[in-house]
Write a protein that binds this ligand. Structure first.
Ligand SMILES: NC(=O)c1ccc[n+]([C@@H]2O[C@H](COP(=O)([O-])OP(=O)(O)OC[C@H]3O[C@@H](n4cnc5c(N)ncnc54)[C@H](O)[C@@H]3O)[C@@H](O)[C@H]2O)c1
Length: 395
């Protein structure tokens, strides 16, 4: 930012559901941020968003917005196929960017976005909000501190029927249109699970294999995949699996990390009778109640430990259910981090490179369906997912 005394001048492009849920509320809450302009090619939605959220100007063409307004940062929350052109245009205008997940549809698009931001010295952050849930951040810290030893095997899943979001929350039907998305279970929900698992493992994906197919929904509803299963090998030798679907009426997002000295579970969107806490940790490392990591000591439930700690010198080895504070929520923390990165010149946790690597995994799965085997990363060619029709490049 040129002048730290001034408010950060921000625009939102795409005034749909996620902008309403995550972006506008966070902008309103932050005293150092001003909503300079909004853009949506649905004219009424743009006008309404400007009026409700107090933007000084509204546009239906993002290029006009970028040419007209003096901005520090922009949030891009449009359908996936628009991300590439919009990010590169914003970068060429010297504006910092938060782009929603999946960052792009093809690996070629994703790396072109990263390059444009590098060239223009602007920050690029991807809206992978799962990393900003407190329990996932605590899991990362506990893993990095060695509480469960070396993670060798892990899995992350996100199972959620189309109808939950598509019928009740989304403002448009773009998710159903394979020409605009290039996938659904594999890259809409998969973008979250792949990113989360990679980050928690602390290593890059070396190779991937998997399937992404439409098993549940009729072609008249969508041509996108609704079932995706994949396996990855990380550079550090560990293995992970990701499963996502768009047909389970019971929502389930959970992640399990198996280490040589323990296991961590986290559950984000919902819990079920088999996993009724947002987080659980088993560690066979020896802790006293004094040496127990902060997160385990202060957020252990139920409160049986107040007696156990008197009886046992060492904390008993057993599953420790943990209920971290719920607020500020994942989106608030993600947005706060984005503003902080710009105002205080920090590097985003969910960087453009991370987003591009996740897109590589999704594209590798498409490639592996053709070859029937593992696909090495980084990819050597651009993979265009089945049915995807990239927009003409505007820049
Ligand atoms: N991080 C998350 O948890 C999360 C959740 C939902 C959506 N998303 C992502 O956010 C993006 C948007 O999803 P959504 O659910 O808000 O969609 P949506 O259908 O609710 O809204 C999309 C909006 O973009 C507008 N739009 C489309 N093309 C445009 C263009 N060329 N210029 C300007 N406006 C345009 C539409 O008119 C609509 O208002 C997607 O990439 C999606 O994957 C992320």
């Amino acid at each position: 930012m040129e002048n730290m005394e001034k408010k950060l001048r921000l625009a939102v492009i795409g005034c749909g559901s996620i902008a309403e849920i995550a972006h506008f509320p966070a902008i309103k809450k932050h005293p150092g941020v001003e909503l300079t302009a909004v853009c949506d090619f649905h004219e009424k939605r743009a006008e309404e968003a400007a009026s409700v959220h107090g933007a000084k100007a509204w546009f239906t063409d993002y290029r006009k917005l970028l040419d007209t307004c003096k901005l520090d940062a922009v949030i891009i929350a449009t359908p996936n196929n628009w991300h590439r052109n919009m990010v590169i245009a914003a970068a060429n205008h010297g504006v910092h960017i938060l782009v929603e997940k999946p960052m792009a549809v093809t690996n070629g698009e994703a790396w072109a976005m990263v390059e444009a931001c590098k060239k223009n010295h602007v920050k690029l952050m991807v809206g992978c909000d799962r990393r900003y849930w407190t329990h996932n951040q605590w899991a990362k810290k506990l893993i990095d501190d060695g509480v469960i030893g070396q993670v060798l095997m892990s899995r992350s899943c996100l199972h959620e029927h189309w109808y939950n979001y598509q019928n009740h929350v989304a403002k448009t039907d773009f998710r159903l249109d394979v020409k605009a998305t290039g996938g659904a279970a594999i890259n809409d929900t998969g973008a979250h699970a792949i990113d989360l698992l990679t980050w928690l493992n602390g290593s890059k994906v070396k190779r991937a294999v998997g399937v992404a197919e439409r098993l549940a929904m009729p072609e008249t509803y969508t041509r996108n995949d609704d079932t995706a299963l994949l396996m990855v090998e990380f550079e550090n030798g560990a293995y992970g699996t990701v499963s996502c679907n768009r047909f389970s009426p019971a929502v389930n997002q959970n992640t399990e990390l198996c280490g040589t000295q323990g296991t961590i579970f986290t559950a984000t969107d919902a819990t079920n009778p088999f996993q009724s806490w947002p987080m659980a940790v088993y560690t066979d490392r020896k802790y006293t109640s004094e040496s127990l990591p902060f997160e385990l000591k202060n957020y252990r439930w139920p409160e049986l430990f107040w007696v156990e700690d008197q009886i046992d010198e060492h904390v008993r080895n057993r599953w420790i259910p943990i209920c971290p504070p719920r607020f500020p929520n994942n989106y608030e923390r993600m947005m706060e981090h984005f503003f902080d990165c710009i105002i205080n010149d920090r590097e985003p946790l969910t960087s453009g490179e991370d987003g591009a690597r996740a897109v590589e995994v999704m594209c590798a799965v498409h490639k592996s369906m053709e070859t029937g085997g593992w696909v090495d990363l980084p990819l050597k060619e651009e993979i265009v997912p089945r049915g995807y029709e990239p927009l003409p490049y505007e820049n």
